[in-house]
Design a protein around this ligand. Structure first.
Ligand code: ZN
Length: 277
């Protein structure tokens, strides 16, 4: 109790810091509610306390610090009171004993200092998380850019190769034609034996899912050589397919057959295009 007196100077800062025992703080705050003078002083001390909180390094004090401090304050006060009044037994102040779990903060209520520090800590945590995230995104973007660059380089190399082969004087151009059911189908093969490159294109009807077209180079001697499988684009788009053939293979003819999906080592299905070299 304040016994009608104003809040002591030394209690004001402790009260502002939330460092007084709950019952004592409650009494003093009740007084400050009805006393404009003490309320003003308390507000001022809260300002000082805030300044201290930001100036001081954020360290958690040892659990014993507050207890020792309060013990000293109460000892001083009892000495004063001893001289002021005859000491009554029921007025002997109890020195608070340390909490069993060793915490020094008032439990069950967060003091204003914690309300300041928790948001500050949260802001740092969020900032760290954002930096980590943007770093990860940058790495992913860089990886994608590298990947795109490789794609562009591959595309350019392929284009250069195609132009080289098509413009080489020793490249032969062979027209392929269909017969019977595939009479309307056409194709063309551009073959450079020296470079071992075959470029071909064809206009053919779409096939069922389990079938593919397979391109063959028929050499002057030996069995047909596969030049890969292909399927026409969704709208019958003409594509240019490329194949690598063993160097200096002399071609007699070029043919396209219908084969099971994945292709076969030697032609088995119906021949839909044929062109003699
Ligand atoms: Zn007062």
């Amino acid at each position: 109790m304040t016994n009608g007196e104003h809040i002591r100077e030394e209690d004001l800062l402790l009260l502002a810091l939330g460092a007084l025992p709950d019952d004592e703080a409650t009494n003093l705050l009740a007084h400050a509610k009805s006393c404009a003078e003490c309320a003003a002083k308390l507000a001022e001390e809260r300002g000082h306390a805030a300044t201290l909180a930001f100036a001081a390094k954020q360290e958690i004090p040892a659990a014993t610090v507050k207890v020792e401090l309060l013990a000293r304050i109460h000892a001083e006060r009892e000495k004063e009171e001893h001289y002021k009044w005859p000491l009554k037994k029921d007025e002997v102040r109890q020195i608070p004993s340390p909490k069993k779990d060793g915490t020094s903060m008032n439990e069950g209520k967060l003091n204003w200092l914690q309300w300041v520090l928790i948001p500050v800590a949260a802001v740092f945590l969020i900032a760290t998380a954002l930096m980590w995230k943007s770093n990860r995104e940058l790495k992913a973007e860089l990886a994608k850019a590298n990947h795109d660059l490789i794609d562009i380089q591959n595309q350019r190399q392929r284009t250069e190769m195609i132009v080289d082969v098509l413009s080489a004087p020793d490249t032969v151009s062979v027209r392929m034609a269909g017969s019977g059911e595939s009479a309307k189908s056409i194709g063309s093969a551009n073959y450079n034996a020296r470079r071992g490159v075959l470029l071909y294109t064809a206009v053919l009807p779409p096939l069922p899912q389990d079938k593919v077209y397979q391109m063959w180079l028929v050499p002057t001697t030996g069995s047909p050589i596969s030049a890969g499988v292909f399927s026409p684009g969704p709208h019958g788009n003409r594509e240019l397919w490329t194949a690598t053939i063993p160097l200096n293979t002399q071609a007699k003819a070029f043919a396209v057959t219908i084969e099971p999906a994945g292709g076969v080592p030697q032609p088995t299905g119906p021949k839909v295009l044929l062109g003699a070299s």
